[in-house]
Structure formats: C-alpha cells, structure tokens
Design a protein around this ligand. Structure first.
Ligand SMILES: Nc1ncnc2c1ncn2[C@@H]1O[C@H](COP(=O)(O)OP(=O)(O)OP(=O)(O)O)[C@@H](O)[C@H]1O
Ligand SMILES: [Mg+2]
Length: 261
C-alpha cells in the first residue's frame, strides 16, 4: 500500500511545522539553517549546539559543537577536534559539511545513565480504529564515546521508565511518562493535519538535566527495531499488528542497536 510509506525527509520543514503550533513550539530547541553567521550567533547564545544534515538519518553527520572560552570544539563520531578560532572552526567544519543543507539546533544537555547521555524514541501509530496512539517508548543510551544515541551508532536500548527513574522519583517519572504521551498525540495531530496520509511517526524526545522535555525531531518512517530489544514483547507485538492494519510490514531484521541488561 503506497500511502503507508509516505515520508517527509526535511527536518527543517518538520521543525517549522511543529514550531507553528503554540503548544509544541516551546518544546522545540531553537533551530536555524546552517550558515557561518547563524553558527556564530548560536554559539554566542548557547554553550553547545548540534549541527545536523537536513535530510539525514541514523545519526550520520550529526555533530556536537561547543564554544570553550575563545576556542571551539566539535565532536564527530568518536573524534573531538579543537579549533583555536572561529575561522579555524569553520574551515574544519566545512570539510565535514558537504553541499547539502544542514541545520543548527541548540544542544540539550541530555540526562545520563551510567554517565552516558540518553534520549527517548516514541512510536506513534494510527490504531485499527484510525485514531493516533503512542504505542511504545524506549530509551536509547549513547555509545560511551559518542554524542548521538542512535542504535546504528552503537546506542543501547533500555525501557524508558528505567532510565528516567534513575534520575527522578516515582511521582516525577509517572508525570514525565504521561507528558510524553500527551506530546506524542499533539505531534501526531499537528503532523497529520498537514500530511493526512501519515499512519505512523517516531518522535525523538530529550529529557534535560532539569527533567524538562524537548522535541529533537520527528521521523515519518520510524524504525520499529529498537522495540524488539525490550524484554517484554507486548510493545513490539502491538506495533506490528497496528502496522499491518494500515498495510505496513516490518522485516524486523534488527542487528544494529544493543539490548540493555
Ligand atoms: N539538539 C540536540 N541536543 C542534544 N542531542 C541531540 C540534539 N539533536 C540531536 N541530538 C542527538 O543526536 C541524535 C541524532 O539526531 P537526529 O535524531 O536529529 O538525527 P537523525 O540522524 O535523523 O536520526 P534518525 O535516525 O532518528 O532519523 C539524537 O538521537 C540525539 O541523541
Ligand atoms: Mg533521530
């Protein structure tokens, strides 16, 4: 079925859509198109930013850039480079950035688990009645030497509540989990208003060190693989059965991300 694989690739387009909704706008970290001037301004304003390809996936080409006094530092994969001046930073970054469009986003200081940053992936699907439902949330813990949490970059999957509970008490954890479902439904409403052909979404959410939630991005062709790594199998079973109802069959040949203990 063709409509079940409808996709919107541009992160810029999707970010602007979310920012146009009053309730969601405040959850999206400030984001701009990449330019030398925008990068300079954003590094003056925020201590840390992420630079990422507009149409990227799997964390490829996603870099973390920081201002350190009068010097600059950026991390790409497991490599960290230091530049003594802004000019040097730009020269070095331009070797990484091809002719494609890139974005700059305020960096969120992710909550950590075992000293490794993590974020959350929420699966949102139309249920067989056609209504949007948040069908599962996993936590993705970054590879020990990386600034991205993607499974294909060596991330490890854990149950989301376990990761949050390690930093928040039970009441706050429950509040955050409820808030996550509320945000998921608001994102689905906004996205499907503009793109009615959508049946599923994968929402990347960050929890910062003050336990505030942020929307990092929304994926229109989400990979269900992280959910196969959960010990309990109800979630992946429901994801697969909802997918089937709108004509999507997942191969579930999932080798990339690791399973947390
Ligand atoms: N603004 C940010 N602050 C903190 N971490 C970020 C930020 N943006 C991205 N990241 C980290 O980088 C990862 C990859 O970024 P993002 O999800 O935007 O790109 P992607 O390559 O499209 O991934 P996907 O495979 O989910 O489509 C995120 O999962 C998160 O760990
Ligand atoms: Mg992502």
């Amino acid at each position: 079925m063709k409509t079940s694989r409808f996709t919107v690739k541009s992160k810029w387009t999707k970010t602007k859509l979310l920012q146009s909704q009053q309730e969601l706008a405040k959850l999206v970290p400030p984001t701009q198109l990449f330019s030398r001037k925008h990068l300079f301004d954003m590094l003056e304003r925020y201590d840390m930013v992420y630079v990422k390809p507009d149409a990227g996936s799997q964390g490829k080409g996603v870099m973390r850039v920081e201002k350190k006094g009068s010097a600059y530092q950026y991390q790409n994969g497991i490599r960290t480079l230091t530049c003594r001046s802004y000019r040097e930073l730009c020269r070095s970054l331009s070797k990484q950035i091809d002719s494609k469009r890139y974005l700059i986003q305020r960096g969120i200081h992710l909550l950590t688990y075992d000293h490794r940053p993590f974020d959350l992936r929420v699966m949102i699907q139309r249920n067989p009645e056609g209504e949007w439902e948040a069908t599962g949330t996993v936590g993705r813990v970054a590879h020990p030497r990386k600034a991205v949490t993607n499974g294909s970059q060596g991330g490890t999957i854990y149950a989301a509540d376990r990761l949050i509970r390690a930093s928040a008490d039970d009441a706050k954890t429950d509040e955050l989990l409820q808030e996550i479902d509320r945000i998921a439904l608001a994102v689905a409403a906004a996205m499907s208003h503009t793109y009615p052909a959508l049946n599923e979404l994968g929402l990347d959410l960050a929890v910062d060190r003050d336990l505030t939630l942020w929307i990092l991005e929304v994926n229109t062709l989400p990979d269900p693989c992280p959910f196969t790594k959960l010990k309990q199998k109800d979630t992946i079973k429901r994801i697969v059965s909802y997918g089937k109802a709108y004509g999507r069959y997942y191969p579930l040949n999932c080798k990339k991300s690791k399973q947390g203990m």
